[in-house]
Design a protein around this ligand. Structure first.
Ligand code: ADE
Length: 367
């Protein structure tokens, strides 16, 4: 019989070319912490063909001789990242320190994303959000702001940055993070950076487009993410959004559908109906999660299914056909997109490349 998917992932070899000397890595403040590990900011000398220059990076680590699951998740994430190759809308691998892995230390070096995770970021921006969607779900094209903003829409705009004195305080798990978040890694915004530019509907559309592109790239590499949510999208310079956290990702080999054998912590509110009922995961179940991600985006970081717990009752409701409504700030096009992502039959959901294409019809994207 075929190997189980997890076993196949374990048998993927580690490519030594990714090894980075530990002494050239200077660890700094903590960016995020989860149940089993943490992410810290760091300076790396000469990482990934940057010559002898110093580069700011993010380092994911597990330091544990006791928690096997956490170590395995990070090893699997490293292998997935190596397999993936790089894409603008994915948090790319830069290197790894695996020498002390037998002593329980593994460091995975990835791109640093200055503005932290999208969920916390949009949640904190809600008081100065510029909504360009009217009560009928149309984007207000006649708005002055619209004409000014169209030039800076899409990927090319610049954030104005203002730096405060950086204090080396470790940040706590932020209260805005969904309480039922299953992620090992709760991302926070770097405390020494604040933004001054207001975000608008156009930024939300740009981020939804970029995440669809990142996910389409994953799908093209036959990788399913398994935990797509606003907390797992990071914001880099110039408004670039990157899909992160591949701790739950799986490489699909023979089948398109991956059936999960072991049950860990599950992101119930982001999970597709077939994942909840039959533990089936596929690129089409990532599409469902993408629909939930859109809802988070246009509610500026609310927890999905407000007022509902994440347990049996929710699963029952979804089985009975209950779906969330279009958020007020979402253009109609995106309301329809959410509804389609939440089709009971996975085959009726759109693909990531179709979702990308739909974005190009939206007035929020220049092309
Ligand atoms: N928090 C977690 N991962 C991060 C990253 N890659 N960049 C910035 N903040 C992070």
């Amino acid at each position: 019989p075929e190997l189980l998917m997890d076993e196949q992932c374990d048998s993927m070899p580690y490519d030594k070319r990714w090894e980075f000397p530990r002494y050239r890595l200077k660890l700094g403040i903590q960016l995020g912490a989860g149940c089993f590990g943490r992410v810290v900011k760091a300076e790396a000398v000469g990482v990934k063909s940057s010559g002898k220059t110093v580069k700011t990076v993010a380092v994911k680590m597990v330091r544990s001789t006791t928690n096997v699951a956490a170590m395995e998740a990070l090893v699997s994430e490293l292998k997935i990242l190596i397999h993936l190759g790089s894409h603008l809308n994915v948090v790319n691998l830069l290197g790894a320190c695996t020498k002390k892995i037998s002593k329980g230390e593994l460091l995975v070096i990835v791109e640093y994303c200055r503005f932290g995770n999208l969920q916390t970021y949009i949640f904190n921006q809600r008081s100065n959000f510029i909504n360009l969607v009217d009560e009928f779900g149309n984007i207000r094209a006649e708005n002055e702001e619209f004409h000014i903003k169209t030039e800076s829409v899409s990927m090319g705009f610049n954030f104005e940055k203002s730096y405060e004195n950086s204090s080396n305080i470790d940040c706590e798990r932020s209260p805005e993070n969904p309480p039922d978040s299953p992620s090992f890694w709760q991302y926070q915004q770097d405390p020494d950076v604040t933004l001054t530019r207001s975000i608008s509907t156009h930024d939300l559309i740009s981020w939804s487009y970029q995440v669809a592109r990142g996910m389409d790239y994953l799908a093209s590499k036959k990788v399913l993410h398994g935990d797509l949510a606003a907390r797992n999208v990071l914001l880099a310079d110039d408004g670039v959004a990157k899909v992160a956290d591949f701790g739950m990702a799986k490489k699909m080999y023979y089948e398109d559908n991956y059936e999960k054998t072991s049950q860990g912590l599950m992101p119930v509110k982001w999970m597709a109906i077939e994942s909840l009922t039959d533990r089936i995961f596929s690129t089409q179940s990532d599409i469902w999660s993408y629909g939930i991600f859109l809802w988070e985006l246009f509610t500026l970081g609310k927890v999905p299914y407000p007022g509902m717990g994440g347990g049996h009752q929710l699963i029952k409701s979804i089985q009975n056909g209950y779906r969330m409504e279009k958020p007020n700030n979402a253009p109609n096009l995106f309301g329809e997109m959410m509804t389609n992502c939440w089709q009971t039959d996975p085959k009726l959901r759109p693909t990531f490349s179709q979702i990308e294409e739909i974005h190009l019809w939206s007035p929020g994207i220049d092309n």
